[in-house]
Design a protein around this ligand. Structure first.
Ligand code: GTP
Ligand code: MG
Length: 370
């Protein structure tokens, strides 16, 4: 069914009508500004123009234009979201664990109760930092490809006794491509073999120039083992975050991204979600990738059930009907009917894509045999 005029679509995306018409032409569709097009075509145009289509029903496409829909007066400061990256064994997990021990709230609560893929640390100063536990480079790239670029800052962990290694270089490449500022944590500085200056020089070869060498990249010599300079690392993150002026509208319909998801024996499908905008509440009907459900419970990074989760807060979401994929979006929808419609549509698309892939595979095989 024809659902939207070219003009309306352009309007919703805040694009010029002429650009939408040009995009349509490239897709082989001739249309004027007043003509209507179907939802499938609209979805493609939206993607072509670099926006994120949200298929709310078979016949309707909403457009998630990154942040653009929120009014300035509704925006409030939010915690920075930090992803830790680096070469194998350079101490990413250790560093996250050590940073988490600095958390005021969990110290009060008597220690860390559980491990989830993302957590928030509250500093003595009251500032909060959200850390995403090494999703691995693949997951990071995947999230970026899906337009779910949730990371504000990358902490690049480099072991001072080992220096820049292949995965360090890869992490730099990913962070640069995503235009995310990098803070270098030169780790394992407790070791006698530590050569932090060598690390700084090696980074130079990857166009990462630290302050000491005349650049603007912050670097901190740390040790996850002894806790050396963890406060300085946190200060650097806060400093970087202040420059970015991170804000979100907590009042809107919630949107988030799945950081990790699993099938829990006792609790069923559990998705760790980082809320990007809006406030996610118990009872909300959510669509996550091609799964949906009514939020039965929200569990925070300390294992406590909470009634809601604000922007930049990671929570476990219980109540989904299936396990979504890491990197997929989670959105709140109005009715179960809509949730069903969207997920059925997405599941069908997935099946079609699978079928197409298999079809192409056999065709390639056929050509090989000729
Ligand atoms: P992968 O997840 O496998 O990529 O490794 P990782 O980067 O998470 O490293 P991990 O935290 O597992 O640490 C690797 C090893 O280095 C462990 O044996 C840690 O105990 C050790 N290690 C981490 N940080 C430090 C440090 O600051 N000093 C010393 N001496 N050892 C450290
Ligand atoms: Mg690790």
């Amino acid at each position: 069914p024809e659902v939207i005029t070219v003009g309306d679509l352009a309007n919703r995306m805040a694009e010029r009508g002429a650009d939408v018409i040009k995009t349509l032409m490239r897709m082989g569709v001739m249309a004027t500004i007043t003509q209507t097009i179907d939802a499938d075509t609209a979805e493609l145009v939206v993607q072509e123009l670099g926006h994120r289509p949200i298929r709310v029903s078979e016949a309707d496409v909403e457009i998630g234009v990154g942040g653009g829909q929120d009014r300035a007066e509704d925006m409030v400061p939010r915690a920075p979201v930090v992803t830790v990256m680096g070469h194998v064994d350079h101490g990413k997990t250790s560093l996250l664990d050590a940073l988490r021990k600095t958390d005021v709230a969990s110290r009060e609560a008597g220690g860390i109760t559980q491990h989830i893929g993302a957590y928030q640390v509250q500093l003595e100063s009251g500032s909060r930092i959200t850390f995403i536990d090494t999703p691995g480079h693949a997951a990071f790239t995947e999230m970026r490809a899906r337009g779910a670029n949730v990371t504000d800052v990358v902490i690049l962990v480099v072991a001072a006794d080992d220096g820049v290694m292949p995965q360090t270089a890869e992490a730099i490449k990913h962070a640069k491509a995503a235009k995310v500022p990098i803070i270098v944590a030169i780790n394992k500085c407790d070791l006698p073999a530590a050569k932090p200056d060598r690390v700084r020089n090696e980074l130079l070869q990857h166009d990462l120039v630290v302050e000491a060498l005349g650049g603007d990249v912050l670097d901190v010599e740390v040790s996850a083992k002894t806790g050396l300079n963890l406060d300085r690392l946190e200060e650097s993150i806060i400093l970087q975050a202040e420059i970015l002026e991170l804000k979100a509208n907590p009042g809107r319909t919630a949107e988030g991204v799945v950081v990790e998801a699993k099938l829990d024996k006792g609790r069923g499908p559990v998705a760790t979600v980082l809320v990007k905008r809006g406030t996610l509440k118990v009872g909300d009907i959510v669509v996550a990738g091609s799964e949906w459900g009514r939020v039965r419970a929200l569990v925070n990074d300390r294992g406590a059930t909470v009634p809601q989760a604000e922007p930049a807060t990671p929570v476990e979401v219980l109540g989904l009907n299936g396990v979504p994929l890491a990197g997929e979006d989670m959105v709140v929808v109005e009715t179960e009917a809509k949730a069903r419609e969207v997920t059925e549509y997405r599941q069908r698309k997935k099946r079609e894509a699978e079928a197409a892939k298999q079809g192409r595979g056999s065709l390639e095989q056929m050509f090989k045999q000729i």
